[in-house]
Design a protein around this ligand. Structure first.
Ligand SMILES: Cc1cc2nc3c(=O)[nH]c(=O)nc-3n(C[C@H](O)[C@H](O)[C@H](O)COP(=O)(O)OP(=O)(O)OC[C@H]3O[C@@H](n4cnc5c(N)ncnc54)[C@H](O)[C@@H]3O)c2cc1C
Length: 584
């Protein structure tokens, strides 16, 4: 079955034959997008990276100055509509900017909190007057923003917020507290979530100078030490009635819709810094001699280097694919249309499974890359004098905020279970029509991904038949289903991109092919194991034995020698001194 763009929806990759869905790749970026990426690179290399040490000493004035400089270059207004002096750029250009900004972890968190979770609630949910008042200044950097959802007692369970808002005449009175608020040390505008009359979850715009609003001292953190993180308190904080954002009782739409956008952005930032880590690890392993050789001659060090490159390639393939889907729908809804904001948020809702996959996989890939970097540096990796120590600490936050990775795994699984149950994702449990080995350079890997899909279909369908959507209550089982789906999405994204690069005779097509092959070679085994373990969570006795025997029908992939492929990848990376597939 040939699939067209119209049939692409959240999770549809589980149904469609490999390569039958349109997939955007970074090789197709427009010249305009490349120019924006280049501008961001010049800003980061000229202004941000040289001040790396000062930023990490939590120089808030410096962070403010850098954000304002980013504003002068237009980098704060990428997603602000033109009517409010914004650039209203497509999300693909934004992804390039996020990758570049990601290279300084602390500053990228400040940038992301301001331009993303801080500014976007006003872009999507603000009244005309709110947009006119705040957006031009948020876009220029004259005003800086923060987003305050989390409370001391309400983190993952954000709807359990205790902060309350009561209307007294023309004034909202806020009481309560917030915790862990990024940019709080310098923000002027805070999007704050509170319950009207203690019940109706809603959003408000609070300004720094508002009476009854206080900002605590900086938290002392494990990493991203150059980003400001503080608690807030509201003690009869009085704000004008027109600072309600969106509708009373609809705050969850703002809170979670904006967080979903933040998730794919976080993934892009992770990959930006991963490229930086690869670069300094390649340099060190070339210079460090042991046994009279550069350590990059040793097979196990070459494995670490290749794995870094493979993870970057996979993440990049998946990131551009996901943002391609989101961009297509979001950008198609012009801001001139009266219901543009709703249409755009609906697109985000549709692809929340893919956004969560990006968040989980990219943040965990960066964690592995940071760990491998420490290992490649040996004892020096354990020293604060050498670069891996910083990324080892800085990367850790990515698994915690924008929804912890546990919560995101539950979102992925919950979406799959819901879509299977309502018939949107009809999974097949039979073992007939198994994919044949096709022709072409990546045929074996493509067949592996098809088999992985069928395995996931079988295991998830078999469990849901027994438990229904209650499967989500067995969190270990749900996470196994989420991980299967995630592995499939990563494998397919890498494979389709490599296939396109081969067809186009791209300079790095062989490298891409090797990355896709090694990734598939490892991931397929993970899916097989996850499928068995998922079945064991739900089935017992003969039913389990039969199901495990059925699964063997899909077990037709014969592994390839990974070492040879990795060695070729490592050679290219070492020669180039970095991740070689440049987009501009
Ligand atoms: C540096 C930093 C910056 C931040 N910036 C902001 C910001 O700008 N604005 C903002 O509003 N918030 C911000 N946060 C807060 C962040 O989003 C929360 O820390 C996060 O959502 C987790 O909440 P929590 O810390 O209360 O952990 P908890 O929710 O208490 O979670 C603790 C553990 O329990 C797990 N858990 C919780 N519930 C479940 C469940 N149902 N099933 C399975 N496991 C579960 C979690 O995954 C986690 O492993 C920031 C946090 C940090 C550390």
């Amino acid at each position: 079955m040939e699939t067209t763009n119209e049939t692409i929806f959240g999770g549809s990759f589980l149904l469609a034959p490999i390569g039958s869905q349109a997939q955007f790749t970074p090789e197709e970026l427009s010249e305009d997008a490349q120019a924006i990426g280049q501008a961001a690179r010049e800003f980061v290399e000229g202004e941000v990276i040289p001040k790396d040490a000062a930023i990490d000493k939590l120089d808030l004035e410096l962070s403010k100055e850098l954000l304002r400089k980013a504003g002068e270059l237009g980098l704060l207004s990428l997603e602000i509509p033109e009517a409010y002096d914004g650039m209203d750029l497509d999300k693909l250009s934004g992804l390039l900017v996020l990758e570049e900004l990601g290279r300084q972890a602390s500053f990228s968190v400040s940038y992301g909190a301001h331009t993303g979770i801080g500014t976007l609630p006003i872009v999507y949910f603000g009244t005309e007057a709110q947009k006119a008042k705040y957006l031009p200044k948020l876009g220029s950097g004259e005003l800086l923003a923060a987003y305050a959802l989390t409370e001391p007692g309400a983190g993952s369970d954000a709807m359990n917020a205790k902060t309350v808002a009561t209307l007294e005449g023309d004034t909202w009175v806020l009481n309560g507290s917030k915790m862990w608020i990024t940019n709080a040390g310098f923000a002027d505008v805070f999007v704050v979530f509170a319950k009207v009359d203690g019940r109706k979850f809603s959003a408000f715009i609070v300004e720094k100078e508002d009476a009854g609003f206080t900002i605590a001292a900086e938290e002392h953190k494990l990493g991203i030490k150059g980003s400001s993180t503080r608690a807030l308190s509201f003690d009869n904080c009085r704000i004008p009635k027109d600072r309600l954002l969106g509708e009373i009782g609809k705050g969850h739409r703002i809170a979670f819709g904006i967080l979903a956008i933040g998730r794919f952005k976080l993934g892009a930032g992770c990959n930006g810094i991963a490229k930086e880590v690869l670069k300094y690890t390649l340099k060190y392993t070339a210079e460090r001699l042991q046994f009279n050789k550069s350590i990059n001659n040793f097979g196990l060090i070459r494995k670490y280097l290749a794995d870094m490159g493979i993870r970057i390639f996979v993440a990049e393939s998946m990131n551009f694919r996901t943002i391609g889907y989101i961009n297509e729908g979001m950008h198609a809804a012009s801001w001139d249309q009266p219901d543009a904001a709703k249409k755009k948020m609906d697109i985000m809702d549709e692809f929340q499974m893919e956004a969560s996959i990006m968040k989980v996989w990219d943040s965990e890939a960066l964690g592995l890359i940071a760990d491998d970097a420490v290992q490649c540096f040996g004892g020096y990796g354990f020293s604060a004098e050498y670069p891996p120590e910083k990324i080892y600490r800085d990367n850790r936050i990515n698994r915690l905020f924008e929804g912890t990775n546990e919560i995101n795994r539950l979102i992925i699984a919950g979406q799959v279970f819901k879509k299977v149950s309502n018939g949107t994702l009809p999974l097949r449990k039979d073992t007939a029509d198994l994919p044949e080995l096709g022709s072409g350079p990546l045929a074996k890997a493509a067949r592996a991904v098809e088999l992985a899909k069928r395995q996931a279909h079988y295991a998830i369908a078999a469990c849901l038949e027994v438990t229904g959507q209650k499967l989500i209550e067995n969190q270990e089982a749900a996470a196994r289903a989420a991980d299967m789906v995630t592995e499939i999405y990563t494998m397919e994204s890498a494979l389709v991109r490599a296939t396109k690069m081969l067809a186009a005779g791209h300079r790095w097509a062989d490298l891409a092919k090797a990355c896709a092959e090694v990734h598939t070679n490892e991931s397929i085994g993970k899916v097989q194991n996850l499928a068995r373990l998922l079945l064991a969570e739900v089935l017992e006795g003969d039913a389990l034995a039969t199901a495990v025997a059925d699964l063997k029908a899909f077990d037709l992939y014969v592994p390839v020698a990974g070492a040879k492929l990795r060695d070729a990848i490592a050679t290219e990376l070492i020669e180039k001194g970095g991740y070689p597939i440049e987009h501009f």
